[in-house]
Ligand binder design. Structure first.
Ligand code: AMP
Length: 146
C-alpha cells in the first residue's frame, strides 16, 4: 500500500461527516501524513431560480465561506490537529475538491460515500464525481443512511 503523504479531507459539515473525519485522522496518524480539510461553498446564485433579481451586493457566498473557515478552524482545534491546514473554495464541490487536490499535490482524498445530498445515488453525487475525476487515490468512507 502507498505511503500517503498528504491527505485531503472533504468536509461537508453533515452529521455523517464525523465518521469520515475519524477515519481520515486514523490514516493521518498511520502515515504521519499532512492533513488538509476542504469545504466548498456551493454557488448560491447558480441555485437561485426565482424571478426577482438578486441584489448586487448579496455577498452570501463570501459570508458562507467565512463561516466555513471558522468551522474548519474549530474542527482542527477540537481534534488538536496542530499541523493540519484548511481551505475553503466557492464553486462546485466535486470540481473544486479535485482541483485543490492537484494544486496541493495531495495523494489521497478522503470523503463520505454520502453526505448532505443523501442516498439517492449508489454513491452520492460528490463522491461519484470525485472518484471519476481525481488523479490521485480516493477513499470513500461508507456512511450509514439516516
Ligand atoms: P455527496 O456525494 O454530496 O452526498 O457527499 C459525499 C461526500 O462528499 C461528503 O461526505 C463529503 O465528504 C463530500 N462533500 C460533499 N459536499 C461537499 C462540500 N460542499 N464541500 C466539501 N466536501 C463535500
Amino acid at each position: 500500500m502507498s505511503n500517503y503523504q498528504h491527505i485531503l479531507v472533504a468536509a461537508d459539515f453533515s452529521k455523517e461527516f464525523d465518521s469520515v473525519m475519524a477515519k481520515a485522522m486514523e490514516l493521518q496518524k498511520l502515515y504521519k501524513a499532512r492533513l488538509t480539510l476542504i469545504h466548498v461553498v456551493e454557488y448560491t446564485g447558480a441555485m437561485y431560480t426565482g424571478e426577482i433579481p438578486l441584489p448586487e451586493d448579496l455577498d452570501l457566498d463570501q459570508r458562507l465561506a467565512k463561516q466555513a473557515e471558522t468551522k474548519l478552524q474549530a474542527m482542527i482545534e477540537q481534534h488538536n490537529l496542530t499541523n493540519a491546514g484548511f481551505q475553503v473554495e466557492i464553486g462546485t464541490p466535486k470540481r473544486e475538491i479535485v482541483r485543490v487536490a492537484e494544486e496541493l499535490k495531495a495523494d489521497l482524498i478522503v470523503l463520505g460515500s454520502h453526505g448532505r445530498h443523501g442516498l439517492q445515488l449508489l454513491l452520492g453525487s460528490t463522491a461519484n464525481g470525485v472518484l471519476h475525476q481525481a488523479t490521485c487515490d480516493v477513499l470513500a468512507i461508507r456512511v450509514e443512511s439516516s
